[in-house]
Ligand binder design. Structure first.
Ligand code: IPM
Ligand code: MG
Length: 361
């Protein structure tokens, strides 16, 4: 297969981790006989520094013309970086929201998995973490509070800010369909998370999800209020298979779920549109404090590349090989600093990339 992949190295540790994921992909191409063409585009702070804006039209066009996008991370230290002196729509995050919208990436998949080898990293008590868990958070990514109208006004010296939470039934239906499709391939359970005891948008969400569920008799649907879900994630994470939720709730719950695994440096994510196209990025941020030190963990980005092979290119064997390489390297006791534990061998970002690539083929 010939694959055109756009890379967004981005800011902070982004360039380092993308370089390692690319190294692994190049090895996959070599071993499995594919041709991969890579093109870098700028986004976030890196784009602000060159173009004055966090995302250019040209960058969007390049991404649109590609088969899939692999991203590192964007953004800097919000208290010290000059990027955060700019108006909100010119800051690094606006680039990320802009590309999500421009590419119609409404379905965000965020797996939270407790790896056997890293079970000790889980901050939960052993009797709660039990035999581990494997949750897929499906977050709606192009609607809700993130994209509703917002404004700040001042009247008679009183400042008022408004953000609006809007969903129409089509936006809810398409993410629900993706959620049920994915649950069907997993353990057949969807927990739809909302705040239907307060919000109209949540009551509509619940109705539409129930309509979609009619077409999936083999998938069990349950509803859960978001505050309860936040508790259940630390009380009994193994009860969850697919968590289906709106944009803001998904932002918060996915961070919670990743902390519960204890190894956010391991967690991948995919943002998909209604075809096979997707943007793949680690769940963690740009970690500016450790940028350029060759100590970042590239595994989440490498696993995001595996998701790209699986979801955008249907290359399951290749994706399996990458995931297997990660397991193998962990089994052999290699760890980056963030997941280091006694008796293991600590390696840097580049060495971890080399090790992973060496396990392919
Ligand atoms: C995420 C991030 C983004 C979001 C920020 C950087 C805008 O937190 O991908 O979860 O809130 O969606
Ligand atoms: Mg977030």
């Amino acid at each position: 297969m010939e694959l055109n992949i756009v890379c967004i190295p981005g800011d902070g540790i982004g360039p380092e981790i993308v370089a390692e994921a690319r190294k692994v992909l190049e090895k996959v191409a070599l071993v499995f006989g594919h041709k991969m063409n890579f093109k870098d585009i700028l986004m976030g702070g890196a784009s602000i520094d060159v173009h004055g804006v966090p995302l250019t039209k040209e960058a969007v066009e390049d991404a649109k013309a590609s088969d899939a996008v692999l991203m590192g991370s964007i953004g800097g230290d919000t208290t010290t970086s000059p990027w955060y002196k700019l108006p909100p729509d010119k800051r690094p995050e606006a680039g990320l929201l802009g590309i999500r919208k421009a590419l119609n990436l409404f379905a965000n998949l965020r797996p939270a998995v407790l790896y056997d080898e890293l079970a000790n990293a889980c901050p939960l008590k052993k009797e709660i973490s039990g035999d581990g868990f494997d949750i897929m958070i499906m977050r709606e990514l192009t609607g809700g509070l993130y994209f509703g109208e917002r404004r700040t006004t001042e009247e008679n010296g009183v400042r008022t800010a408004v953000d609006t939470l809007v969903y129409n039934e089509n936006e809810i239906r398409r993410i629900a369909v993706k959620g049920f499709d994915i649950a069907k391939k997993r353990r057949g359970k969807v927990t739809s998370v909302d705040k239907a005891n307060v919000l109209d948008s949540s009551r509509l969400w619940r109705k539409v999800v129930e309509e979609v569920a009619q077409n999936y008799p083999d998938v069990v649907l349950e509803h859960m209020l978001v505050d309860n879900c936040a508790m259940q994630l630390v009380k009994n994470p193994a009860q969850f298979d697919v968590i289906l939720t709106e944009n803001m709730f998904g932002d918060i719950l996915s961070d919670e779920a990743s902390m519960v695994t204890g190894s956010i440096g391991m967690l991948a994510s995919a943002s998909l549109n209604d075809s096979k196209f997707g943007l793949y990025e680690p769940s963690h941020g740009s970690a500016p404090d450790i940028a350029g030190k060759d100590i970042a963990n590239p595994i989440a980005t490498v696993l995001s590349a595996a998701m790209m092979l699986r979801y955008s290119f249907d290359l399951d064997r290749e994706a399996d090989a990458v995931e297997e390489a990660v397991k193998q390297v962990l089994k052999e006791g290699y760890r980056t600093g963030d997941i280091m534990s006694e008796g293991c061998t600590q390696v840097g970002c580049r060495e971890m990339g080399d090790l992973l690539a060496s396990k392919i083929g």
